[in-house]
Design a binder for this molecule. Structure first.
Ligand code: PEP
Ligand code: MG
Length: 562
């Protein structure tokens, strides 16, 4: 028995037999082309690229309506690469000038292109290197007459295949789909690689980025794939196998029960309707949120636009991201949180000498100090508000002065947009996050200036209990049921109710099945959480009696254990 670990995809476990796919064409022949045969060699290269194009068009035509929505886009991106002079022209030039064979020319060209992408800091751009590798692999196979992964018949050998490959191109993953794949393991790829996105869309448990899966796993090995944790167990012993089979059954049964709740209302036993919203980190997360019928997006974290990149996002980068979310939604509202950089979401500025990041320049403090970063975001949010139900939210509020500065900046930005004749929704609601104890304690003073509150318990707990959320050594002190935390939440809910503005809770607490009863007891009626927790939260809510919850919560507020 041996175990490996990578990035897990999906929420299921697969048990099956390893099916090693034919390796990438790694033995690239190298020989000199006599001058008089150069044009034949160039034709051979062109013919291989043309064959690749035809194969990919065929695969695109076979995409069915139940395929993941990204599928067509991925194939189209690969088709476009075939027309790019970097692949279509430059290898031809290499054949002509260096008199090398087509396989070598395309290999050398792709190597230098991949190196450029792999040196990039942005994780998304690094995946472009994978795209080149995958397209080039198909061209090479056509040049060398090697069979394609998508032509490999795997079901005839195993009834429960777990695909093991160095990498899987979208075209290969799609072609494998109808063949009842149990799981996918790849050496390459990260959680946002195309193979990961497609596996997740196809509902196939996968682990990517395993580095050496193809080395340690042999064709025919019994394999356990845990998509939730990223663990892979090779040749499990009997006890491990029995334990995982049991776990797999429980997960499936639980998922089935939860799925049956998708359309059921989120109402407590005594008739209180609880609004369940989703937290998202990327525009594409909207799809999963809608799959579980979230009532909207309660927290769209926008830090992804700034992190892991050298150039800061432009107003249009922001606008396009927000439009993607609006288009993905079906008229449900979205709360866009302005950038919450600093602390655990540091910008890559090379200036890592901040004394105490979580108490330093972060969230709205950072935004106000960096108008060149903040104004493009404000303008983009306002512009997008003309196209959908957008609300804007300010993170890390701690002083009324600061809030006033933000509101003035919004006013000024609106004026500028009006002068430029750019449409926006003048009534776009503006809310604030209550995640610093100072804001919770004086929530009644903040409320008259805002349209809604959202309680960020991840930070509220860290600041109330003086435990840095990124410091493992104090994580044992993390206690969401600490009376001080509950009192701060209660104060915020009361202030919101008094000012007649809505209040949501969007920290991890919202999706914790063991804490939801207390939150309802504290008066919360809107919870925003990780999409994966939403159906479970609904099933818990449907078993809660709010009057009972209030009694339990009273006891906790006074320091008694429920
Ligand atoms: C929070 O602090 O609870 C929150 C939701 O925001 P983040 O986790 O992004 O800081
Ligand atoms: Mg926070």
């Amino acid at each position: 028995m041996l175990s490996l670990h990578g990035s897990g995809i999906g929420r299921e476990i697969a048990i099956g037999t390893a099916c090693l796919l034919p390796q990438e064409s790694s033995n690239i022949p190298e020989y000199l082309i006599p001058k008089k045969h150069i044009s034949d060699e160039v034709h051979r290269l062109r013919a291989a690229i043309a064959a690749t194009r035809i194969q990919m068009i065929q695969i695109r035509q076979q995409i069915t309506s139940d395929s993941p929505p990204e599928a067509t886009g991925f194939i189209e991106a690969h088709l476009m690469m075939l027309d790019d002079p970097m692949l279509a022209q430059q290898p031809e030039d290499l054949v002509a000038t260096h008199q090398i064979n087509a396989e070598q020319a395309i290999a050398r060209q792709s190597k230098s292109l991949i190196e450029v992408f792999e040196a990039m800091e942005d994780e998304y751009l690094r995946t472009k290197g994978d795209d080149i590798r995958q397209v080039v692999d198909r061209i090479q196979r056509n040049l060398m007459g090697i069979d394609h992964i998508s032509n490999t018949d795997i079901t005839s050998e195993f009834s429960d295949p777990i695909i093991v490959a160095r990498d899987l191109a979208p075209a290969d993953t799609l072609a494998l789909k109808p063949r009842h794949i149990r799981g996918i393991l790849t050496n390459l790829g990260g959680p946002i690689s195309h193979s990961a996105i497609l596996a997740s869309g196809l509902g196939i448990p996968a682990v990517v980025g395993l580095h050496a899966a193809t080395l340690y796993i042999s064709h025919g090995d019994k394999i356990i794939v845990d998509g939730r944790t990223g663990d892979v167990i090779i040749a499990p012993d009997k006890n491990t196998l029995t334990a995982y089979r049991k776990l797999k059954k429980e997960i499936l049964e639980n998922a089935r029960k939860l799925a049956a709740l998708t359309k059921s209302p989120s109402v407590t036993l005594d008739g209180h309707r609880i609004n369940l919203l989703a937290n998202i980190d990327l525009p594409q997360d909207v799809r999963q949120a809608l799959n579980v019928r979230a009532a909207g997006i309660g927290l769209f974290r926008t830090e992804f636009l700034y992190l892991n990149r050298q150039k800061m996002p432009t107003e249009n980068d922001h606008f396009n991201a927000y439009m993607r979310v609006i288009r993905g939604l079906k008229k449900q509202p979205v709360i866009i949180r302005t950038m919450d950089l600093g602390a655990d979401k540091q910008l890559d500025t090379g200036n890592e000498s901040v004394v105490n990041p979580s108490l330093g320049l972060r969230g709205i403090r950072m935004s106000l100090g960096n108008p060149a970063l903040f104004i493009p975001q404000l303008r983009a949010i306002l512009r997008a508000s003309a196209h959908g139900r957008i609300r804007m939210m300010i993170p890390m509020m701690s002083s009324l002065d600061e809030l006033q500065q933000v509101l003035n900046l919004i006013k000024k930005t609106r004026k500028e947009l009006r002068e430029e004749n750019i449409p926006f929704n003048p009534k776009m609601p503006i809310g604030g996050m209550i995640e610093v104890p100072a804001a919770a304690i004086s929530a009644d003073l903040f409320a008259p200036h805002l349209d809604f509150f959202s309680i960020g318990t991840n930070d509220l707990i860290q600041y109330a209990l003086a435990i840095d959320r990124v410091d493992d050594e104090v994580s044992y002190l993390y206690d969401p049921l600490h009376p001080s935390v509950l009192r701060l939440i209660e104060m915020t809910v009361r202030a919101a109710d008094k000012a007649d503005i809505p209040v949501t809770l969007c920290g991890e607490m919202a999706g914790d099945p063991n804490l939801i009863e207390v939150l309802l007891g504290l008066g919360l009626r809107q919870l925003s959480m990780d999409t994966a927790s939403l159906l479970e939260a609904k099933s818990v809510i449907r078993r809660i009696n709010v009057s009972e919850a209030k009694k339990k919560t009273r006891r906790l507020l006074s320091g008694k254990h429920s």
